[in-house]
Write a protein that binds this ligand. Structure first.
Ligand SMILES: [Fe+2]
Length: 436
């Protein structure tokens, strides 16, 4: 009964946040597609509900679809984002009614669901989706993840559409410290241990030998990135990969996405001078790579990133999060849409990882050097379209979550991925170097 109550509360809380995020958006802005990269916001709302109907009501509860006519409209794989303005998606009021109706059905299923523990589901996809509440947690996190995509859209649309419901951050000062910290040579356990919820791509946990290296103590700051810009980094072909240079010159990229030529940065409706101590954000993988080369460094691999985040050399074991086992809290990580922007780098010392790295979770996602690939022994669960169809593609793995990520998703083993040229994600990076 305890799990049933927990998911009833978690579903309600997720919905409350989704509706609060879009409350300041006008009906017209909610209904229209603003950018070919992103869905109309109201499509996200209908999709959240359609996904809930599919997994909770139909697959876990055995019900017939509530609206059979909508399943294709809201199938992310069937309708690429660029085409989502042409499909008959529900407009605001109908979408809100549909969301509420699906939720009512889902809660009825939940009341009668058997959420008792099952065996390791990843090894046996036939085991009930309900075991341990797996599919219920997946649906909560799916809605959480769409919150962040919707915020990417709202940031992308320009200054006149959205004034976010900011809750603010405590006043924080960055603490001085070394540029890099050392992570010792040796094996560590990478990936999710298989208890509780994680996506298939985080599993199985496996041992990886990572040679010793140095990693930046904090994400790269706006101030450091500005030096790269002023040093002619965007004009120096030698710093760029050939694909990166082709992209940069083809798109005439000169600076991060939301910087202007006058030295300002836009965050939703606010335009302010670029703040030196904030993490640089909204740069592509190619820009991150060029900066790293300019600094005589490189981007960390996913394994290096995760080892720096959670490996404790004193015990030889890994933590769930950089600071320990607990989920992210405001003192340890800037997540959960508090200020709708990052905090100064290095300002949350309680969030330090065992090697002394700060800000591994929250503020900005971090590009890694790694492509998005399965771990050894990967098995798709519960559906191939979440991860498997993306493996081996042109994507680069992103780690650590951002200020827009909800705490459930902001975990050290979580893997995100995107095209190397994309800049709308709330992403920055940090550099790595060989140990001298
Ligand atoms: Fe989705």
């Amino acid at each position: 009964m305890l799990l049933v109550q927990r998911y009833r509360a978690a579903l309600a809380e997720a919905r409350e946040r989704t509706l609060a995020l879009v409350a300041p958006v006008s009906e017209a802005n909610l209904n229209s597609q603003h950018h070919p990269l992103m869905s109309p916001l109201v499509w996200d709302l209908g999709h959240i509900a359609a996904f809930e109907d599919l997994w909770l009501c139909q697959r876990a509860g055995g019900l017939a679809p509530l609206r059979d006519d909508l399943s294709e409209v809201y199938d992310a794989a069937e309708t690429p984002r660029a085409q989502r303005s042409e499909i008959p998606y529900l407009r605001r009021n109908e979408a809100l009614v549909y969301m509420a109706h699906v939720r009512e059905r889902a809660l009825e299923v939940l009341e009668n669901a058997d959420l008792s523990p099952g065996v390791s589901r990843i090894d046996d996809p036939a085991v009930s989706l309900n075991a341990d509440g797996f599919v219920w947690e997946m649906l909560v996190q799916h809605e959480h993840q769409h919150n962040e995509t919707m915020l990417q859209t709202l940031q992308l649309v320009g200054p006149d559409v959205y004034s976010p419901p900011r809750r603010g951050l405590p006043e924080r000062k960055p603490e001085a410290g070394p540029l890099t910290v050392h992570v010792p040579d040796g094996p560590f356990a990478m990936g999710d241990p298989g208890l509780g919820f994680a996506y298939d791509n985080e599993r199985p946990r496996h041992e990886v030998h990572v040679p010793g290296f140095h990693i930046d103590r904090t994400p790269v700051t706006n101030g450091a990135y500005l030096e790269f810009v002023q040093d002619g980094g965007y004009a120096n072909e030698e710093l760029w990969s050939s694909e990166g240079w082709r992209w940069r010159t083809g798109e005439q990229i000169e600076r991060p996405l939301y910087w202007d030529a006058e030295g300002n940065e836009r965050r939703f409706e606010l335009v302010m001078p670029v703040e030196a101590e904030m993490p640089v954000m909204h740069v592509s993988f190619y820009e991150a790579e060029a900066f790293a080369r300019w600094r005589g460094a490189r981007l960390p691999t996913e394994a290096e990133w995760e080892k720096a985040a959670v490996f404790d050399p004193a015990s030889g074991s890994v933590r769930r999060q950089p600071w320990g086992e607990e989920v992210a809290s405001p003192a340890r990580a800037n997540v959960d849409q508090m200020a709708f922007g990052p905090a100064p780098v290095g300002s949350l010392p309680e969030g330090a990882s065992p090697c002394g790295a700060l800000g591994m979770i929250g503020d900005a996602w971090e590009w890694t050097a790694s492509g998005f690939e399965p771990y050894p022994g990967f098995s798709p669960f519960p559906y191939r379209e979440y991860s498997e169809v993306f493996f081996g593609g042109p994507y680069r793995a992103l780690r650590g979550g951002s200020w827009a990520t909800r705490p459930s998703v902001a975990r050290a083993t979580f893997r995100n991925w995107d095209h190397p040229e994309r800049r709308q994600v709330f992403t920055g990076f940090r550099c790595a170097q060989e140990a001298p």
